[in-house]
Each structure stands twice: as structure tokens, then as C-alpha cells.
Design a protein around this ligand. Sequence first.
Ligand SMILES: Cc1cc2nc3c(=O)[nH]c(=O)nc-3n(C[C@H](O)[C@H](O)[C@H](O)COP(=O)(O)OP(=O)(O)OC[C@H]3O[C@@H](n4cnc5c(N)ncnc54)[C@H](O)[C@@H]3O)c2cc1C
Ligand code: FES
Length: 361
Amino acid sequence: MNMPVAIEHAVQCQTGQKTVRCLRIVNETRDVKTFWFGLKAGETLAFKPGQFLSMTFVIDGADQTRCYSISSTPNQPRQFSVTVKRVPGGQVSNWLHDSLDVGTELRVGTPAGHFNCIDIRADKWLLLSGGSGITPGMSMVRWMLQAGDYQDLHFVHSARSPEDIIFHDELLGLDRQWPDFRLSVVCEQAGGEHGWGGYRGRLNAELLNLICPDFRTRRILCCGPAPYMQGVRELLETLGYPMQQYVEESFGGAMVPQAKAPQAEAPKPADQVSAPVAIHYARSQKQGQGSTEQSLLDIALASGIWIESACRNGICGSCKVRKLEGSVSMSGAMALDAGQISEGYVLACCAYPLEDMTLDL
Ligand SMILES: Cc1cc2nc3c(=O)[nH]c(=O)nc-3n(C[C@H](O)[C@H](O)[C@H](O)COP(=O)(O)OP(=O)(O)OC[C@H]3O[C@@H](n4cnc5c(N)ncnc54)[C@H](O)[C@@H]3O)c2cc1C
Ligand code: FES
């Protein structure tokens, strides 16, 4: 499936942060809300369905940045939504639920991420999601159906209970309207005043074979909490699914397609001895001091050098910096492509200096 040329072009061209304003807030379930944001006059947000962006909120006077998948479709380029689940004890998700008001302005980064239905191609899809991991899949479903450019799409969502099914009414409506779209929901607990007559338990071999017997012939995209995705991966491997057709995205960890991410540098050795290092920041002509046990991001921030960051996990790419001299060990490079790696880019959040270095900052 292709994006309209204008959106494709804009996705390639747009860079940098935008200021957006909260337009409305929708209660989805007891602990999930959707936040709609509008762009400034004349601006649009181009993204591929399934991508995320970094969002910077001012909380108690300090900037806090987190990544959120866009749950709306690129067909509405003047506004977009993110759908956020409360994380117990979480700073930003709870602030969003309790304190973000309609009218509040905030900064968002450029949409990014390979987990999208434009870069990944298929005729037959199986989208698997658990809990708030429904958000990138919802954007893809909305896009594919509105664009009418798909052949066969099956969405299997797992939720704790019937009350926790995000976007349930909309998905049921789409299931009724579109012959080649199928929704299946699996609930761990029955619960609720109306009970649950649908699939019960956790997604297992019996349920998957029953719900989607031709799953082996489909491209599978999966997103959800880490234990859910681990369970899905193990299940598919056991059932002989061709894992090169499987792609996943974690909200708290790295996206793990079967093909391994490009490895920019040697991974950090477990027994690496801590040693002092000096980091020279070429453009600002500043100097930082740290150790081989600190990430380039932490050394820079402690030295008064600002590097944007969001996931701190090698996923979002917002902390990308170019090294001019010196080498690093890096625990992952999901957000970098081979070209960027060959140009010397590293992810400051998960790159550890092996020696004195010069960065293009
Ligand atoms: C690419 C990407 C896309 C994302 N998309 C969404 C989305 O569409 N909807 C959404 O609700 N969230 C999404 N997230 C997660 C989001 O970025 C935040 O991590 C989440 O809202 C928690 O932030 P917090 O400030 O409330 O928690 P923090 O204060 O950062 O963390 C508090 C505690 O919760 C743990 N924690 C952090 N994140 C999670 C998590 N996701 N699940 C369980 N425990 C966690 C931390 O380890 C810590 O112990 C996404 C993350 C990434 C990397
Ligand atoms: S902060 Fe997201 S990749 Fe480094």
C-alpha cells in the first residue's frame, strides 16, 4: 500500500519540533484517555500509520519527554490523537490524565518508527495487540480501511476485561461494515455488569488456531506489554510461524523484528572496567567529563549540553548524535539505519564512550 505522494513527500521533508494545542480529551476506559491535538494554522503533521512521536510536557516547571504512538490516521493531517494508559506511579501518564487541560500547548517531535504499514508491506495482515498496545494498530486499521487499500485484515486484541477494551465500539462498527476486516477480542477475565460471551483467557495455540486458522500466511505486527509480546513470540515459534514475517513494537523496550537491528558498535561488555573519559563538543566548543560507565546522554546533560531524549531505550532516535572522533559501545541501534551508522551517528542514550571523544554538538 502506498501513501499519497503529498504525504510521502511531507514525511520525508518534515523535521524539527512543532507546537500543538490540546483540542479535546476523550475517556476511553477506566484508565485510558485519548488526547486530540491541533496544529498551528497552515501546519500539518505527516506520519505513517503506526508511527510514534516524542511529546514534551512542562510538569512542575521541568520538561518531561515521552514517546506516544499516534492513534489517529494521517487522513486527518491538521489534528492527531494519542491514547494514553495510566502507568501506576508514572509521572507523565498520570499528569496527562489528571492535569492536562484543553487549550494547553506543548511541543512534539517528528513522527518516527519503522513499525508502520507503509514501510512494512503485506496483502494479508494479522495485527495482534495487548492493552494500550492497540494504539499503533488502531491508526493502521483506520488508515487501511479509509484508504481502501488492503486485501485482508484481521485484528486480534487482548484485554484484561470487557471494560478495558479500548476503541471497542468503533472496532465493532468497522467489523460490521467492512467484509475484509475482522475483529476478534480475547478477554482475560469475564467481569463487568454485562458479562462476556467472547473468547476468554490468554491468547494460546488453541485460541489462535480457532480465531485465525490461516495465521501462518499472514504478516503479523504485534504491540503490547512486554510479557504479552514474549508470550506471542514463544507461541508463534512453537507453532512454526515464519518469524521473519513477524514485527513487534514495545512501549517499554526495543522493537524486535526477526532480522536484528543494525549493530553500530560493539555491545557494552558486561565486565567493562570504569575509566574516566573527556568528551569534546565541537560546535559549542565545550568540554565534558564522565566515565565509560555513563551514557553519552548522561555525560552531556551533566556537562550542561542539551541532547533531546524521549524513550532512553534506543527506540525513538531523538537522541541521535554524530561522533567525529572516538568510539563507543552501544547496547542497541534500533532507531538508526545503516546509512546513519556509516555517517557516524550513535544513540546517546545507549552509547557508552570507550575513550575520549569528539561529538558534533
Ligand atoms: C515508541 C513508544 C510508543 C509508545 N506509545 C504509547 C501509547 O500509545 N500509549 C501509552 O499509554 N504509552 C505509550 N508509550 C509509553 C510511554 O512513552 C510512557 O513510557 C508511559 O506513558 C509511562 O510514562 P510515565 O511518565 O507515566 O512513567 P515513568 O514515570 O516514566 O515510569 C514509571 C514506572 O513505570 C514503568 N513504565 C514506564 N513505561 C511503562 C509502560 N509503557 N508500561 C509499564 N510500565 C512502564 C517505568 O519502568 C517506571 O518504573 C510508548 C513508548 C514508546 C517507547
Ligand atoms: S532517547 Fe530514544 S533512542 Fe535515545
